[in-house]
Design a protein around this ligand. Structure first.
Ligand code: CP
Ligand code: NVA
Length: 311
């Protein structure tokens, strides 16, 4: 009997065990099967979910609102200028106010500490829909896509090429927990957060599995089962864009880089993608690319999180 996840938050997945992550993935696969067979799964009828976004989004907003609607719940979308988290009133007040109305809140904002504070003062689950530090819901869809393609996760090599950002941080956390060998290939000065590297490395129990950081993209990509990249300038880093384009140029995922991975390697990208920057059009449109399956899995994993977390 699996431990219940009812009432839990998803803030970074740091406090989720391997079994709990597999439980979320299994639920996502079950709900995907039901949806494909057109079988109704309105298990959250009568529930309400606040969806609060302080940064732009297509996939995360649409997948969560659709997830809520497939599950019979009602999503309420709130933009930055409506909620003004921590500005119009303290976050600790907003957490208690929201707890009186809704059954869960999905939030995308800048500071991870704001999402953590909201969770501390809320009695319903808080789901991090991306912060500057983490993107845990993206990682769940990534794992699901890899599992569907490779039938396993432990022992695979995942190469993340590019910026050591929120997406890289979240991938390292789940890689450490699930026995995925992760090699990050990034420019000097753009490595992932050392505390997250330490956390991910600390959760490794098996000596045959490792998280490695290198400034050599080809070394990271060598013999990989999965090649992953993300934009070079994340939301909030627009002013650094021109400088980053130059620094990251050698880290483009192109056919030369794909060539050093395993011939069976798949290509993943959280999207939105900037073709001609972090990835070539050729790679993202190739047979190896599963980016649209990955994007679809955002819906199934969002449904799994809502279904398992909401009381
Ligand atoms: N991958 C992802 O989170 O996309 P959005 O920014 O469009 O939500
Ligand atoms: N690292 C990107 C991910 C977008 C889904 C960003 O934070 O903008």
């Amino acid at each position: 009997m699996m431990a219940s996840l009812k009432g839990r938050n998803i803030l970074s997945l740091k406090n989720y065990s391997q079994d709990e992550i597999y439980q979320l993935l299994a639920k996502a696969m079950e709900l995907k099967r039901l949806q494909k067979r057109n079988e109704p799964h309105r298990i959250l009828e009568g529930k309400t979910i606040a969806v609060i976004f302080h940064k732009p989004s297509s996939r995360t907003r649409i997948s969560f609102e659709t997830a809520a609607s497939h599950l019979g719940a009602h999503p309420i979308f709130l933009r930055d200028d409506e909620v003004k988290l921590g500005e119009r009133e303290p976050i600790k007040d907003m957490g208690r106010v929201l707890s009186g109305y809704v059954d869960a809140a999905v939030i995308r904002t800048f500071k991870q500490s704001d999402v953590e504070e909201l969770a501390e003062y809320s009695t319903m689950p808080i789901i991090n829909a991306l912060t500057d530090g983490y993107h845990p819901m993206q990682s769940l869809a990534d794992l699901m896509t890899i599992l569907e393609s490779k039938d396993r996760l432990a022992g695979l090599k995942l190469a993340y090429i590019g910026d050591g950002n929120n997406v890289a941080n979240s991938l390292m956390i789940v890689a450490g927990k699930l026995g995925i060998n992760m090699a990050v290939g990034c420019p000097k000065g753009y490595e992932p957060d050392p505390e997250v590297v330490q956390f991910a490395t600390g959760s490794i129990r098996n000596m045959n599995h490792a998280i490695t950081i290198t400034n050599n993209p080809l070394e990271a990509a060598k013999d990989a089962d999965v090649i992953y990249t993300d934009v070079w300038a994340s939301m909030g880093q627009e002013a650094e864009r021109e400088e980053r384009l130059k620094i990251f140029k050698p880290y483009q995922v192109n056919s030369d880089l794909m060539e050093v991975a395993k011939p069976s390697a798949i290509f993943l990208h959280c999207l939105p993608a900037h073709r001609g920057e972090e990835v070539t059009d050729e790679v993202i449109e190739s047979k190896q690319s599963l980016v649209f399956e990955q994007a679809e899995n955002r819906l199934h994993t969002a449904k799994a999180a809502l279904a398992l977390l909401i009381r």
